[in-house]
Structures are given as structure tokens and as C-alpha cells.
Design a protein around this ligand. Structure first.
Ligand code: ATP
Ligand code: MG
Length: 608
């Protein structure tokens, strides 16, 4: 595809609805990106679980080793339980390794798919969708937000199953040893849960703000770097620096606030851990003294060792759950933001049974009204009626902001009409297959862009299969061959990102050539020769006239000379076509047109 896809350097506002997505909705949307990493996502917790269960078994074996072997001085028992202990430790180690490996694969793979899905979704966006998200915000979502989710997911597959299972199993084991002592946990766990949930509710909005500010930061960086030349020529470095510093400071402040609140997590945890240990030791010691360390009479030292280990297991699990909690709090804001992009429905979608052939280059506007956003009061284009026959050359003139670009952007369906209908080749543009339509309607955007790569590569955007001969021919028509031949590497000259190493006029001619290579039925030039000298401009128009007579040509221009010979000239003002006709007719009938023409010819005479 040519220039149509190239111009996403919009001046967008972060107008995205920040309303919260429902958790169930979020999980369903994100779950779709798991795909081939589902197995790893299941294997990781499975291995973690085995590892955990073995870790729970170890204290029991240890207790038996102490009570039957060491306390009784029984060497064969020591050996037997010692070996079992070693085996448990080895298998647990192996499981730990495998769990880590699969967790890493699952998380990194999930992130890869998510990034891919986001990118693909953005590629499918219409101009209206793109207007809703700022470039910076899309970049944050693709990078920081995805990384947050990756970290959270890693944590979740490793601990979300293990922690609760460990907690419950440890508690059951502890319960079997001492009912009274295991009750301690039943009191502590709910208290901790309430504290954690309270923290989460309090901190979530702060993180939401942080990510929103990240968007602004990225927007500033993006805008600044894109326009670095303008920044420098206006000496605005310091101003930009301050702007960046302020945003950066806001992020810092919000992060510090959020982390300050989250730091209550650790002391709350510790308080619970130590209280639990003190109570267990106190109650346990009393019971051991009462039983005289006799298994038949009650609690023994071995039991006590196991109990303390279980207590630590339970508290560790709680610690892990609280960490997942923090992670989920941080990543929830990210998840919501990612889902906003993934669930954004493209406003320009293919028809169910699309038409895949454009008959000819005729265009018909039937009472077309257009607004960029549904909420705006005044339409940008108001009740446009216009018939252009195939092969005609149509010129459009009018003041800045008179909606010339808005009018022609509807033809390749960069935006959809708000009211009325627009037909190309006798068929409503909404009935076409989008690729078919945009292949036949080539548009050189006012804000044209070249991509990093050689000249030939850039031109092949118009037609990937174009031969060298065809490329050269298109460049000759666009009057670009001449200067390309002067470059040492000719068609293999490397174009820097954004086309910074060619002049404005050269870039415009390359963009015209790129559009010509599509061999379209309709060619739209939106102010595409504004940086080209009048003589070359004339040569381009003559070449069009002779070489592509059957192509419908729409030329938007500031210079009347660029449209003078058109079959039809439209004069636009404030979203309406105020006059139409040939050059001679308009000179007679349209005061505005005559004024523009005279001011331009007088200037010229003056210069000469
Ligand atoms: N993406 C956009 N979102 C919202 N409003 C827009 C957008 N693009 C243009 N407009 C508005 O639509 C109106 C018409 O703009 P348009 O770009 O069509 O004018 P134009 O005639 O092409 O001007 P110029 O000669 O300067 O290129 C302007 O008031 C402008 O502010
Ligand atoms: Mg314009």
C-alpha cells in the first residue's frame, strides 16, 4: 500500500475513554494472546506444585528422622530417612528448575503474542481510531504495559497455584499435629487479607495515573524528536526540557506515593509472621513441658520442629500471595490499557460481501456530510454534491481549513462519510473490499512520509512487483528520475527515517512516483507539488496528461497555475463547494477565484 498507510503522524489528542474494563472482560481479552504458550503456562504451575508438595513432605520426614532415628539412636532409620530426604530434595530441585524454565517461556511468549496482537490491531485502525489514541500512548502500551503484564504473568504462573495449595496443605499437616496451634493461622490470615485488599483499593488509581502520565511523557518525546529541527530553530530546547522535567517529576511523585503505601505490605506481613511464631512457641513449649516430650502423651520436639516449618511455609505462602497482589495491582492498570486497544473496533470495516473490482475512475458525492467526531457540532463537510467522470482532471482550490483534504480523504475511505453516500466506479465505497479500493485510489497525502530504506524500496510500496523499468518510468512521470540519477547510488540511495536526507520537493516527487506505480484509476494529489518549482510542476502535469489520460486526477493546489487547465475546478470555502467550472468560467462568475488568481499573477508580475 502506498502513501495511504504512511501518514499516521497525526496531531492526536489522548481522548481515549479511561473507563474501567471489567476484570472478566480483561481476562478473556488477554487470554486470547496465550495461544501456543498454553502448555507452558500449565506445565510451570504443575512443576511448581510438585516442588511445593515435596517441600512440605520434607519437614515430616525430618520429624520422623529426629524422633525415630536421632532421639532413639537408631542408625538404619537415620540412613533410610536420610536417603528419602535426599531424594525429595533432588526431585524438588529438578522441578524447581523446570518450573522456572516453563514460567519464563510462558511469560515471554505471552508478551510476544500480546505485542504482536496490539501491533496488528493498530495496523487495522482507521484514521478515526488513530485520532483517538495518541502515538505516545500506543508506544507505552506496546512497551511498558506489556512488560508489566509479562512480569505479573511470570509471577502468577509460578505462585498463583503454589501459594494457596502450599498454604492449605501445610495447614492440614499442622492441624494433624496440633489442633490448637493450627487455629492461630485461622485468625491471622483473614486479618492480613483485609489489610492487603485495603492497600490494593487505595493504590490502584495512583498507578492508573502513573501510566496516563507515561503516555504524556512518550507523547512529548515523540513530538520533540519528530520535530527536533523546529525545536532547535526556535531555540525551544529549554522550554521542551522543562516540559519533560515536569512530567518526569509527576511520574516520580506518583510512584513514590504508590510505593510508600505499598511498603506497608512488608511490615504488616512481618507483624503477622512474628506474632504467629511467638504464639506457636508459647503454646508449643507449654504442651511439650506438659507431655514430657513423650509422643504418646502429646507434643514432642520433632513435632515442634515440623510445626515451626509449617508455620513458616504458611507465612511464606501468604507473603507470596501478597506479592502477587501488589503485582496484580500494578499490572491491572496496564491490562486495562492494553484491552482498550485490543477491544477498539475499527470504524472502517470490510463489507460482508465486498466488491473486488473498481469499474472505472468515476466519483460521485451524493449529499455528503462529514464530521471527524460524532460529538462535534458543526460538520467539516456540509452537504457536498459532486459528479466526476472517469478520466477527468479536477482541480480544487480554497483557503486553508476549507476542508479540501477532508473532502478527498473520503474517496479512499480513510474516513467514512457521516451522512449521504460516496460512490467510486458507481459503487458505494463502503461496499468495496478495502484493499481493492485503496489499490485503485492512490493518494499522495499532504503530510507525506517516506520510510527508512532505499529509494527503490520506498517506491515498491506502490507495487511490490514493479520492475526496475516501471519504477524508472514512474519517476520520469513524476520528474524524479533526474535528481535520482544524480545521486551516487541512484535508486539504491538510502532514505533516512522520515526522509530527512532528501529535500521537500524531492520527497514530494518520490511520493507521487510511489502513488503512480500503483497504476490507479484515481490519483489524488493533496498539495503534493507545493514544494516543487513551477516549471517542474508544469512538466508533471503535462506528463500526466499524455501518459495517464484515463486516470481520474484530483489536484489540490494553492497555486491557480497548478489547476488552470483542469476540466473542472472546485472552489471551496468552509466545508462547501462555493463555485465550480473551468478556469475561464470561474474568472467570469466567481469573485473569490478571480481574487486568488489576480493576487497570484500580480505577485508574479511584481517579482519579474
Ligand atoms: N484529524 C482531524 N480531526 C479533527 N479535525 C480535523 C482533522 N483534520 C482536519 N480537521 C479540521 O477540519 C477542517 C478542515 O481541514 P482540512 O485539512 O480538510 O482543510 P484543508 O482545506 O485541507 O486545509 P489546508 O489547505 O491547510 O490543507 C479544519 O477546521 C480542521 O481543523
Ligand atoms: Mg489540506
Amino acid at each position: 500500500m502506498t502513501a495511504t498507510t504512511a501518514a499516521v503522524d497525526e496531531t492526536s489528542q489522548p481522548a481515549v475513554d479511561q473507563s474501567q474494563e471489567r476484570p472478566k472482560h480483561i481476562l478473556r481479552t488477554l487470554g486470547k494472546s496465550l495461544r501456543e504458550y498454553k502448555t507452558s503456562s500449565l506445565l510451570a504451575p504443575a512443576f511448581v506444585l510438585v516442588e511445593g508438595i515435596l517441600e512440605i513432605a520434607i519437614p515430616t520426614v525430618m520429624a520422623t528422622l529426629i524422633d525415630e532415628g536421632i532421639t532413639g539412636g537408631n542408625m538404619p532409620a537415620i540412613l533410610k530417612f536420610g536417603l528419602i530426604l535426599l531424594l525429595c530434595a533432588l526431585v524438588s530441585l529438578a522441578c524447581g528448575f523446570l518450573a522456572g524454565k516453563y514460567a519464563a517461556i510462558a511469560a515471554a511468549g505471552f508478551a510476544k503474542n500480546l505485542r504482536h496482537d496490539l501491533f496488528e490491531q493498530v495496523q487495522g485502525f482507521s484514521f478515526t481510531n488513530i485520532d483517538r489514541f495518541s502515538t505516545g500512548s500506543i508506544i507505552t502500551r506496546l512497551t511498558t504495559d506489556v512488560t508489566n503484564l509479562q512480569n505479573a504473568y511470570m509471577m502468577i504462573v509460578r505462585t498463583a497455584v503454589r501459594a494457596p495449595v502450599m498454604m492449605i496443605v501445610s495447614w492440614i499437616f499442622a492441624f494433624r499435629i496440633s489442633k490448637e496451634i493450627s487455629l492461630v493461622f485461622l485468625v491471622i490470615i483473614p486479618i492480613l487479607a483485609v489489610v492487603l485488599i485495603g492497600l490494593a483499593a487505595y493504590v490502584h488509581p495512583i498507578f492508573e495515573r502513573v501510566f496516563h502520565t507515561y503516555d504524556e511523557l512518550n507523547n512529548i518525546v515523540d513530538e520533540n524528536l519528530q520535530g527536533i529541527r523546529v525545536v532547535k530553530s526556535f531555540n525551544r530546547e529549554e522550554h521542551e526540557d522543562i516540559k519533560f522535567g515536569n512530567i518526569s517529576e509527576t511520574i516520580y511523585n506518583n510512584f513514590v506515593r504508590a510505593e510508600k503505601i505499598l511498603s506497608f505490605n512488608a511490615p504488616a506481613m512481618n507483624l503477622c509472621v512474628y506474632t504467629a511464631l511467638i504464639v506457636i512457641s508459647w503454646v508449643g513449649a507449654q504442651q511439650i513441658v506438659a507431655s514430657g516430650n513423650d509422643p504418646a502423651l502429646g507434643l514432642t520436639t520433632g513435632d515442634m520442629t515440623a510445626l515451626v516449618t509449617y508455620a513458616l511455609q504458611i507465612l511464606m505462602s501468604m507473603m507470596m500471595i501478597s506479592m502477587i497482589f501488589v503485582m496484580v495491582i500494578i499490572s491491572r492498570a496496564s491490562a486495562e490499557r492494553i484491552c482498550q486497544v485490543l477491544n477498539e473496533i475499527s470504524t472502517v470495516r470490510d463489507h460482508e460481501n465486498p466488491v473486488t473490482e473498481v469499474k472505472d475512475g468515476s466519483i460521485e458525492f451524493d449529499h455528503v456530510t462529514f464530521r471527524y467526531s460524532d460529538s462535534s457540532e458543526k460538520p467539516v463537510l456540509d452537504d457536498i454534491d459532486l459528479k466526476i467522470e472517469s478520466g477527468m482532471t479536477v482541480g480544487i482550490v480554497g483557503g486553508t481549513g476549507s476542508a479540501k483534504s477532508s473532502l478527498v480523504q473520503l474517496v479512499p475511505r480513510l474516513y467514512d462519510v457521516s451522512k449521504g453516500s460516496l460512490k467510486v466506479g458507481g459503487v458505494d465505497v463502503r461496499d468495496y473490499d478495502l484493499v481493492t479500493l485503496r489499490d485503485q485510489v492512490a493518494m499522495v497525502l499532504q503530510k507525506n512520509v517516506l520510510f527508512s530504506g532505499t529509494i527503490a524500496e520506498n517506491l515498491r510500496w506502490g507495487n511490490p512487483d514493479a520492475t526496475d523499468e516501471e519504477i524508472r518510468h514512474a519517476c520520469q512521470l513524476a520528474q524524479a528520475d533526474g535528481f535520482i540519477q544524480e545521486f551516487p547510488k541512484k535508486y539504491d540511495t538510502y532514505i533516512e527515517q522520515g526522509g530527512t536526507n532528501v529535500s521537500g520537493g524531492q520527497r514530494q516527487r518520490l511520493c507521487i512516483a510511489r502513488a503512480l506505480l500503483k497504476k490507479p484509476k484515481i490519483l489524488i494529489l493533496d498539495d503534493s507539488t507545493s514544494a516543487v518549482d513551477t516549471k517542474t510542476d508544469k512538466l508533471i502535469r503535462e506528463a500526466f496528461h499524455h501518459e495517464i489520460p484515463d486516470t481520474t486526477k484530483i489536484i489540490i493546489a494553492q497555486r491557480v497555475a497548478s489547476v488552470e487547465e483542469s476540466d473542472l475546478i472546485l472552489v471551496m470555502n468552509a466545508g462547501r463547494i462555493i463555485a465550480r467550472g473551468t478556469h475561464e468560467e470561474l474568472l467570469q462568475t466567481c469573485d473569490e477565484y478571480r481574487e486568488i488568481y489576480e493576487s497570484q499573477t500580480q505577485n508574479k508580475a511584481g517579482e519579474e
